[in-house]
Each structure stands twice: as structure tokens, then as C-alpha cells.
Design a protein around this ligand. Sequence first.
Ligand code: ADP
Ligand code: ZN
Length: 733
Amino acid sequence: MFAQVALPIPLRSLFTYSLPPDCCAAPGTLVLVPVGKTRQVGILWTITAQPAYSGEIRPIVELLEERPLLNDELRHLLEWIAHYYLAPIGSVLAAAMPGHLRFQKRRRVCWNNLPIPEKLPAPLLPLAQWLQQKKALSEETLAGKIARPLLKQQLQQLLRLDLIRLEEHWHGRQESSASESNPNILPSADPPNLTAEQAQQAQIIEEALQQRCYHPFLLHGITGSGKTELYLRAVEQVLLLGRQALLLVPEIALTPQLIERYQARFQATLAVFHSRLSEAQRFNFWQQIRDGRARVVIGARSAIFAPFADLGLIVVDEEHDSSYKQEGGVPYQGRDMAVVRARQAKAVLILGSATPSLESLANARHGRYTLLTLTQRATGANLPSVEMVHTAEAIRQQQMRFGDLLSPTLRQALLDTLAAGQQALLFLNRRGFAPSLLCRRCGHAIQCPHCSVTLTLHKAKQLLLCHYCDFRQNLQDVCPACGQLSLFAFGPGTERLHEELSHFLPNARIARLDRDTVSSGLLDLENTLRAFRDGQLDLLIGTQMVAKGHHFPGLALVGVVQAETTLCQPDFRAAERTFQLLTQVAGRAGREEGSPGRVLVQSFDPSHYALQAVLSHDVHGFVNTEMAYRQEAGYPPFHRLAMLRFSCAALQEGNDFSDLLKAHLPSFDQVQLLGPAPAPLFKLRNCYRWQLLIKELKTGQLHRALHALLPLVLSLANPRIRLDWDVDPYSFV
Ligand code: ADP
Ligand code: ZN
């Protein structure tokens, strides 16, 4: 018998090993196999009677578990991904199971269950007593208490006395931790009675759950309409049916309140995948999910790969969110994988959003998803009133200067809000003090030496930083091009906004949430959100971190400082993203009954259709306009795209490859090839980048072209050319 084994390395093939004759392993089991001079953990993919390889075949070393970790459903999903995204199966495996397959030999010291001899030398006594008491300890634990050289010596002595033995083990295998419960969370009061609208939709979802069939829903409900309450009900239903539920959220760290709501209802059977889990905890969760002990799972996109035994429901919260798209590695779209997985598992799928993606809306229009809508806020509150502030006009009338972040209208609104004892949120989707440092005299902008972008000014740190490669240099006064003392900070950033507001509102309690304040430990995300919710802060400044899902009862005013920061991106989805983001941010205001919120959007050109649609809460108007543009330009959701990116550290070599590829590109019937051409972000981390856009002109033709291109490109490239395929791309720089 032979085993085809998938290893988590970026190779397109499976590896052949022999199995012992009496082996009763099933596909999907974790195995340890020899690779060159080392050993590696992989997944037994298939078992065959004949070897699929003609060279020397070595036996597998060990089955690491009795039960398969990946069931057939999951292995098929991974194969599907490899095919659809043109990715090596090994890379898909590595993406699906981060960390689980890294082989680390660890040693444990085990006490041999003998009494401590009376003649034991005194220096050995503490260690011996400790081991006798604990029975077994890992080397790491011991090394944490006793210096390594001393430890080694004492152990050696205990070994000679036959008091202990050393056991090797595979990391994570013996380690187990009880499922974490959070003692701070009290079980919630009784769930609210559903509104008439909610009840109607809940009924439809419940009927679908009872059928135990694949049934996809698009739940389009305005912000605060009680979508989460419907998810909770659906999860309850699926548990009653004895099946499991998966809730995907864009980013775990950004949704503490949501997690708390789930924890309050499903504490005992809930597994929350967050980035702070250790590998052992993660692996432990996997086992709990496979064995059906964890019944409700919340996680970001990679949780779609968890080994559910019987998945009955997948909820994708904020389904339009671009963080479902994995960038780098295997660039899969987690929301789309949820569709594939739900179909495989015969599960109900709920894609929920206040601002659904055009892809999902198109699917609903074509009858592929059942559309459910919620049009009222569950608490009875009204949507906030949105007003535009025309900054270009205000500058023309000399009410503000070019470069000022706050218009007189927004200033007055802030004063009024704070005077009334209410809270305000200011949104600016750009961190740092200013996105560039420019020379007033010669116009030079200071660039990253490794990337073709300007360096962002971080004033408090006195640094210029590259937001792509993390290059940093000290802040300078002298222009490197003309040698004059004429540099100035150009453009908006949250740090600058914070500074301006501190001067303008010296007595206000202000906090700023962005990746800088959170990752530097300056502010704790959860505590800051809680402090704002509890009214201990007057004003919160934030990037898109603050846009999602939060519920702030005292929030009366939301200010969008510059709509252009998202609108002016070289990306066909820029208008859609701006509409979604601003609608989400606006939705934070006035969520309680009786306190209508106010939203001010500052823009140089408020006449843009995406902004006008935010103004009137007109999702349908926006979608219709945008759909027409997309159709005309041949973009998704009408035509699928794929992107081949290639990069090379040597400019000439990259150029040569680009020419070579161009010369060899075939022509396809219903598929258009655009490029290869230099990428907008031409240099990134010292590599030069090109891209080839592949666009289908007729539905269903894309993959035929891609699978014809793949071998061609592989045969032309050399190992110094890095190739990245991106199917359904979300990034175009
Ligand atoms: P969404 O997920 O659509 O933004 P939520 O489910 O978070 O909306 O609901 C918004 C607010 O309304 C929450 O505070 C929630 O507790 C409350 N809520 C939801 N459903 C009801 C209901 N049927 N009756 C009263 N309050 C509700
Ligand atoms: Zn850089």
C-alpha cells in the first residue's frame, strides 16, 4: 500500500510513501514522513495500491493520530481551492492549517514512579522532588526554572540512577488545555422579542435549517436593524438540530462586543479563534471541532478551514468586507469559500451586511441567493441625518485654508455636541501625521528607498516610515534634492487630526484608535472602545478600525474628515468601498431611540454619486449606478478577473521576462489579456513588479484560459522570477 501525502510546502505535487502492510490509516490523518534528511508533518491524502512515483520510496515514519483530522469534505475543499486559485496544494494546506503541521520535536522528562533514594546527592533533591510531584515536565518548563548547563548535568545523573526517562513527542499532541471560558462575562438577560420584520425573516431561515440542505441567503439589513439577533437565533436553531455553526467575522480583534454577545449565549460550546491563541490551543480547538465538542465557532477567514463534523450553518457577518480576501500566500476569498463549503456541507449560509457587495447583490438578483431585508432599526431609532460639507467651497470662501482638516461647520458641530454632553467620532482612514513630506521649493517628495511610495511622517516618533516595507528614517528638515530648509508635511493623517483637535478642544477627553496606537501598546483597543461606550471619552478619532459593528449609545455626531482618502484610489471598487465604509461609519451615530444622530461628510466634491447615495441612505440608487458602470467597463460582478503578478529583484531581468511572456502569450476566444505592464506600485521591498490582467468576456471562460496559461508561464519563468496568481483580485497596485 502506498500513501500520497500532502506537505505544507509550496509544491504542486503530492509525495509518495509506503505504508506498513497492517496499517489501517484513513485519508486525512496527520503523518510524519521523511523529507530529505529531515522529517515533516503532512496529511495522508490518498491511499493507492500502486506507487505514483518511480524513484526510491521511503516508508512513512508514524501516524500521529488515530483519527483523521481532515474529513473528505475538507480535503475536497482544499483541492477545489488549489484548482480555482491556481495554487500548489502544499501552499493551500499551509494556508489552511497555519502552524499545525510544523514539526517540532520536544522532549519531556518523566518520573519513573520510584521513590526518591535516601542516598540521593543533596543538589539533586529539589529537582527530583519536583519531578516526582509533577510526574512529567517538558524541557522548556524545566529550562525556565533551572539554568540549562546545570539542568543537563542533574538530569544526566537522574537518568543514570534510572529515576527518570526522556520521551520525545510531537508538539501540541499531548498538550491540551480546557476550553477557555471568560469569567468576566455574565450570561445575557433573555433575548429580546423579535420585531415583526425580524420574526418574518427568522421564520424563513428556520424553515431552511430544518431542511438540512444548502440554502444561501443574503441578509441585507440597515445598520442596527438586528441582523446579529437573527444570527444568534439561527445558531440556537442549528444547535437544537444537533449540528455545528460557524460565524465568520472580518477581524476578531475589532469585534469584542459581538464576541461577548455570542459568549453570553453559547459559552459552553463556543470556540473563538483569535490571533492570540497559541499553536497548541489552536490545535486543541481543531480537535474539539472535529470531535463535535465545540459546536459554535467564531473566527476570521481562516476558520473556514476548521474540521467540522457536521456543519449546519455558516454566517458571514459584514460579507462585503475586504478583509475576507487573503492577500499573499494563497489569495483566497473567505466569503466565497463559505459558499463552497456550505454547499458541500448541505448547510444554510447567511451573508449579512448593511451594504452588501455587488457580487452578492448580483447573485441575489440572479436568484442564486434568497434575499432577506431588514429596513427598520430594531431599537426603533431613526437613521442619522447625513450632511455634506463642501470643503473646496469653504476654502474658496476663505472660511478655511487648504490643508485644514476641520471645516467651520464641523468645528461648530463638535462644540455643540460636547456642550450637550454627547460624544463624537471622527473618521479618517489614514494613519500617521501626513502621508508625505514635500519640498516647498523644488517639489521633491521623500520616497522610500525600497518601494515606489512616499514615506509617511510620524511626528511623535520623529520618524519617516514606509507603510509597505516598514523602512524608517529620522525626520529631517533639509530637502535631499535641493538642500533647502523647505520641507513641509503634506496631506491628512490621524495623528495630525488628533493634534488639531487637542488645540481646538483642550478640555475634551480624546483618544485615537489606529494601527499605530494599538500595535504600539499606547492604547488597548478593547478598553478604549469600552471607555468610549461607557462615556469616559468625549471624542474618538479613528481609521476604519472604528467603522465596524460597534454600538456606542452616547454617540451623537460622526464626522468624516476627508471622503477622498478612500474615494481616490486606483481601483474599480473605490466607489463601492467608499459607499460601504461611510455608510458603516454613519451607522454608528444615534443608534438609541430618542437620540437622532448627525453625520457630517467633508469632501472636495460632494456631488460624487457614491457620496450622494450615503447622504440619502440610498443603497439601491448607488447599486444601480455602480452596476451600470461595471457592466459597461466589463468588470465584476459581470466579468471575472484574474491577475498574474510577477516580480524580480533585477530590473533588466524582470523586463526581459515581461517581453518574453508578451511574445508567447496566446490569444483566447472569450478571454482578454491586458499587459504585462509595470504595476502601479512598481517597486516594492526592492523588487520590481509587473502585472498581467486576465479578463473573461464570457461567463465561465476564465479558468480554461488560466489553466492553459499556467504551464506556459511556469515553463518561461526562472527561479528568480516570483510568480503570484490572484483570481478574483481585490488589489490592483
Ligand atoms: P445589526 O447587527 O443589524 O447592526 P444588532 O443585532 O446589533 O443590529 O442590533 C442593534 C441593537 O438593537 C442592539 O443593541 C440589539 O441588542 C438591539 N436589538 C436587536 N433586536 C432587537 C429586538 N428585537 N428588540 C429590541 N432590541 C433589539
Ligand atoms: Zn518601503
